[in-house]
Design a protein around this ligand. Structure first.
Ligand SMILES: Cc1cc2nc3c(=O)[nH]c(=O)nc-3n(C[C@H](O)[C@H](O)[C@H](O)COP(=O)(O)O)c2cc1C
Length: 239
């Protein structure tokens, strides 16, 4: 059972990284082999819409030979994918959105008489911001992914508005832990194993995972990381 964590933030010690690592650590506890990539670790060229050609050329592997292609290959060989992004104007970050566009080559295999290469992969979505847009951002991710054929497990989204302090947001960390557990359990079910899909409320596990994540963040300590506390100049309704 391979679970790939895809980070949409330039900060490997930021809030979305904190919740992503929480999810990956819990996926490991459930028996998954995990891997972590960041969309900021290389160039991901923007999709040029080959799917719109008269004779569509959009198929896996994508024509671009860039870092995006490497991530697409990792997605293709994963059983589960957990996306975690900062909220940038009520959306995932730009490079993560670009990666989603590039995933069209996996989905468009249906045009070549094959199933979508995303079919049956299990996906969870995490978003971290400073004030608003969590459900919209997660909602966008799970809508796009289920439309490519992926499966979203119960309790498959988590979000926090605590920015770089997300690891101290108990509810969000517990939700992220559940994403790791439930993505892995769903993969087990798809492989024919019997297990429950119950949300786990477990304070001991929360503390244990938080400790592991804080240790793991040490190695990214020197990454530039200033806390952003939200826009202060306007007062508006929150989502
Ligand atoms: C371009 C930009 C747009 C942002 N838009 C939002 C937003 O719409 N909602 C929000 O809650 N936070 C917004 N933020 C704040 C970030 O989501 C916040 O700093 C978050 O901690 C970043 O996640 P990270 O720590 O994982 O990088 C924005 C930040 C930037 C740089």
């Amino acid at each position: 059972m391979k679970v790939l964590g895809i980070l949409g933030s330039p900060y490997k010690n930021g809030g979305s990284a904190q919740l992503l690592f929480s999810a990956l650590k819990s996926a490991e506890i459930e028996g998954a082999e995990t891997e972590f990539v960041s969309v900021y670790d290389g160039e991901i060229k923007a999709c040029i819409g080959c799917i719109q050609d008269e004779e569509p050329q959009c198929k896996f592997p994508c024509i671009f030979d860039d870092y995006g292609k490497i991530i697409l290959e990792k997605i293709n060989s994963a059983d589960g994918i957990i996306f975690s992004t900062p909220i940038y104007w009520f959306s995932p970050s730009g490079p993560l959105k670009t990666l989603i566009d590039r995933m069209t080559c996996l989905e468009n295999m249906v045009s070549y008489g094959e199933p979508s290469y995303m079919e049956g992969k299990v996906v969870g979505a995490i978003a971290v911001g400073a004030d608003a847009g969590g459900p919209w951002t997660c909602g966008y991710l799970i809508t796009a992914l289920t439309s490519m054929g992926a499966i979203i497990p119960p309790w498959g989204i988590a979000y926090s508005y605590k920015g770089k302090e997300a690891i101290w947001d108990n509810k969000a960390v517990m939700d992220a832990i559940n994403i790791g557990l439930l993505v892995t359990k769903m993969i087990k079910i798809l492989k024919g194993e019997k297990t429950d899909l119950t949300y786990s409320e477990n304070e001991k596990l929360l503390k244990e995972i938080r400790e592991k994540v804080l240790n793991c963040l040490q190695k990214f300590k020197n990454t530039k990381s200033e806390s952003y506390h939200g826009r202060k100049t306007v007062s508006r309704s929150s989502i």
